[in-house]
Design a protein around this ligand. Structure first.
Ligand code: ADP
Ligand code: MG
Length: 266
């Protein structure tokens, strides 16, 4: 049989270069200071990777995730997905990237409090042309897969933190995204629920989903993730770099630079 390269255009020819950033920068002006939240980050994410992102509070992890997910616009530099720059996409194409390819999971779950678990998940399918009945069926299936089959009609306030995060993961998954960005998904959870969420993310990754997780969880960063980046002052630094205080923890800096201080730096 002839190989059929044409119907598989969703698969990139160079899997190592699926998502790629070039000199990505996101600066904020705050009074006389320039906050370099993300500073000249060049990185590649391969399909199927489980990528960890660590770093002190304020080091730019959330900003980086938002840029990769197309939720924020860089000050300079760019993000490429499948060889296409996000900043070259039409508004419609960018919305489609966010709505179809990307799933987001947050530390604070971000569920809509007055809606049931089922409705919260179903809403992720509103962007497309999925029929209401199919939306509900798909939402229920994903919730059941995550062990929440008996919680479909519960509102977030009637669910534990771990259950709420599983609903949020279901909301991300129901779109059948290609990549899930999770920003400290276990930050509000106890150890038991943390372990459960780590197990779910690991299983999803095993079945082919690309996962990028911002985490302070050492187990997730060292044992589960195939690769872990460390951020410091908006930069990606070598994970081996010791902390100034010798603890192995990178110290918290806001990435603040006095305006003009580093002017002219390459
Ligand atoms: P992390 O997720 O690693 O804690 P963030 O990406 O949230 O870090 O923030 C990185 C830096 O950018 C911080 O100094 C933060 O205060 C600053 N920052 C983030 N968002 C904004 C914003 N909307 N306006 C001004 N500064 C911001
Ligand atoms: Mg953050």
């Amino acid at each position: 049989m002839p190989s059929n390269n044409y119907t598989t255009s969703a698969q990139p020819t160079a899997p190592d270069d699926w998502i790629h950033t070039v000199d990505l920068c996101r600066y904020y002006q705050r009074g006389h200071y320039e906050v370099r939240a993300v500073d000249r980050v060049t990185l590649s994410i391969a399909r199927g990777e489980f990528l960890g992102v660590m770093g002190a509070s304020g080091s730019g992890k959330s900003t980086l995730l938002n840029l990769l997910a197309g939720l924020d616009t860089p000050t300079s530099g760019h993000v490429e997905v499948d060889g296409q720059r996000l900043d070259s996409l039409s508004r419609r194409a960018l919305s489609a990237y966010r709505a179809r390819k990307v799933g987001m999971v947050f530390q604070s779950f971000n569920l809509i409090p007055q809606h049931t678990a089922l409705r919260n998940v179903e809403m992720a399918l509103y962007f497309g042309d999925t029929r209401p009945r199919d939306r509900r069926r798909r939402a229920a299936e994903v919730l059941e897969r995550l062990g929440l089959g008996d919680r479909l009609e519960h509102r977030p306030s009637d669910l534990s933190g771990g259950e709420q995060q599983r609903v949020a993961i279901a909301r991300a998954l129901v779109k059948q995204p290609e990549i899930v960005f999770a920003d400290e998904p276990t930050g509000n959870l106890d150890q038991e629920n943390t372990d459960a969420i780590i197990g779910i993310l690991r299983e999803l990754n095993r079945t082919g989903l690309t996962v990028v997780v911002v985490t302070h969880d050492v187990e997730m960063a060292t044992r589960i993730a195939g690769r872990t980046l460390r951020m410091h002052y908006g930069r990606i630094i070598d994970g081996q770099e010791p902390a100034a205080d010798g603890t192995g923890n990178l110290r918290g800096h806001g990435g603040r630079v006095l305006r003009g201080d580093r002017r002219g730096e390459a």
